[in-house]
Design a protein around this ligand. Structure first.
Ligand code: SF4
Ligand code: FE
Length: 483
């Protein structure tokens, strides 16, 4: 089976026996849980769109490993054109779901591990690359969703992994056996883990020799014994338990993160792709971060498109669309959103071939892309809130609209232009609330700041990549300075 349908994907997840907790209780069937389901629908869209001829070019590609047609989310980029298509695919999915569709972390992890294991084998004589290739083929052939897991809890941020008071603050090897290793620790903020078949774990920062046991990369099925997922709360999440499709804002789609605990988990040898080679942890981190920073130039832009659309719609419904300042603010939102896209496309088309033969982005431009993402969605969201009006946060519930006693007041006084039903206006207001303040705000706002690395992480990379000496030399050449 090369490509699963969306429904086959849902059924394949149903078969897994993952250990998931919400509100302190184990979830029997995550697939059907009302808080989780919208996020599952977003991943399902990555399967559904791959079935549609209209999106075939973006959503599917030929595997360089098998020559078969696969979902692009399982692909190792073979050209700058592939990198550009990746960003376009992510914009498309952001447009279709108005949320985080989660599957990119696995794609970015595959690509970072692919070139890094190649370099590692070449320098150290290890055999990680071949093992990784086999694993990637397995995921491609079965069209699996893989969660790339990088971020450790980190404990005291001023201390290295091996210097922490609690050694488990970074995931590490606790036992080396003939047939594999046993690991313990946790990965925080794991996007889409509950909707994934597999988890691909990587180290979270550059390591030294003292951190050898923390320099570990491996993959496991998400229902492996000892892996426990503790679901992250989102603002307004319990609205999903109330049954109102209006009040949830986006009734169909969402995203999620979870704290994932690895409680003495066994990893067999064929699933280990780094085991103590600390000098390569930095390259894995930089490459994964670079790919994911490129990703944000696609997914956040797609969600931004929907937010701009919702803002324009609410100005129609409010009767303000002809006001020049409203028009200008929507132009500003578009300008900011397309500027994000520019960097996403630029870092892709300026990409280059790695020693392994795969393609990676221009690192400087990918970091500039993500640095812009830490700012512009906030301004876009501010403008959306400005145009929507204060009613965004004072709107009564759908139940009030349906109430025998007060429903007719809500209907009458919350109407905007006469031709648009009150319920329609309420739906769009709730949708904007969802994106700027509700469950989807996790993906559009705070994740824009911290996802794929917090702002300072990009500034460090920008400083490393900026080649200031070459810029100084430009001046010296022009002015004939030779010191
Ligand atoms: Fe994909 Fe964006 Fe979600 Fe990351 S934040 S997994 S790039 S949709
Ligand atoms: Fe993310």
């Amino acid at each position: 089976m090369a490509l699963m349908t969306g429904n086959e994907y849902v059924e394949s997840l149903r078969k897994l026996n993952m250990e998931v907790y919400i509100f302190g209780e184990r979830v029997e069937c995550p697939v059907d849980h009302p808080i989780i389901r919208p996020s599952l629908n977003s991943v399902k869209m990555t399967y559904d769109l791959a079935q549609e001829p209209e999106y075939e070019e973006l959503m599917t590609v030929t595997s360089h490993l098998t020559g078969k047609k696969i979902n692009r989310f399982a692909h190792i980029h073979q050209s700058t054109e592939d990198l550009v298509k990746k960003v376009k695919m992510q914009r498309l999915l952001g447009q279709k779901t108005a949320s985080c569709f989660q599957r990119c972390v696995g794609m970015d992890a595959f690509n970072a591990c692919y070139s890094t294991t190649y370099d590692m084998d070449k320098k150290l004589g290890t055999n990680y690359h071949e093992k990784l290739k086999k694993y990637i083929i397995y995921c491609q052939e079965n069209d699996l969703t893989v969660d790339g897991a990088m971020t450790d809890p980190k404990g005291d941020r001023g201390l290295a992994p091996s210097a922490q008071a609690d050694p488990d603050m970074f995931l590490h090897i606790v036992e080396r056996r003939e047939d594999g290793i046993v690991v313990r620790g946790a990965k925080a903020h794991q996007t889409g883990i509950v909707n994934s078949h597999e988890v691909l774990v990587m180290p979270t920062l550059s390591m030294t020799e003292a951190d050898k046991d923390y320099s570990v990369c491996f993959a496991l099925p998400t229902d492996t014994k000892g892996i426990k997922m503790i679901y992250g709360r989102q603002s307004c999440d319990t609205r999903k338990l109330e049954g109102s499709k209006v009040d949830v804002g986006n009734p169909k789609f969402g995203g999620h993160e979870a704290l994932v605990v690895f409680d003495n988990v066994f990893v067999p040898n064929d699933r280990i792709f780094m085991c103590g080679e600390y000098e390569f942890s930095n390259s894995l981190v930089e490459r994964f971060a670079g790919f994911h920073r490129q990703s944000y130039g696609g997914c956040k832009v797609g969600v931004g498109d929907v937010l701009i659309g919702a803002t324009a719609l609410i100005s129609d419904y409010n009767g303000t669309k002809k006001a020049s300042h409203i028009k200008d603010k929507i132009i500003e939102m578009t300008h900011l959103n397309e500027t994000l896209y520019c960097a996403g496309i630029a870092c892709s088309s300026e990409g280059h071939k790695t020693a392994a033969g795969s393609y990676e982005i221009d690192l400087l431009l990918a970091n500039v892309c993500k640095q812009n993402v830490t700012r512009f969605p906030y301004e876009i969201a501010r403008l959306a809130e400005d145009i929507a009006g204060g009613i965004l946060v004072t709107l009564p519930s759908e139940a009030d609209l349906n109430s025998k006693e007060v429903g007719h007041y809500v209907e009458k006084y919350l109407k905007g232009v006469a031709t648009v039903p009150t319920i329609t206006r309420m739906k769009v207001l709730r949708f904007i609330e969802n994106l700027t303040l509700g469950t989807a705000a996790v993906g559009y706002r705070t994740e824009s700041l911290h996802g794929a690395g917090s702002p300072q992480a990009q500034r460090i990379m920008i400083s490393r990549q900026s080649n200031l000496e070459a810029k100084k030399q430009l001046v010296k050449d022009i002015l004939d300075i030779d010191i």
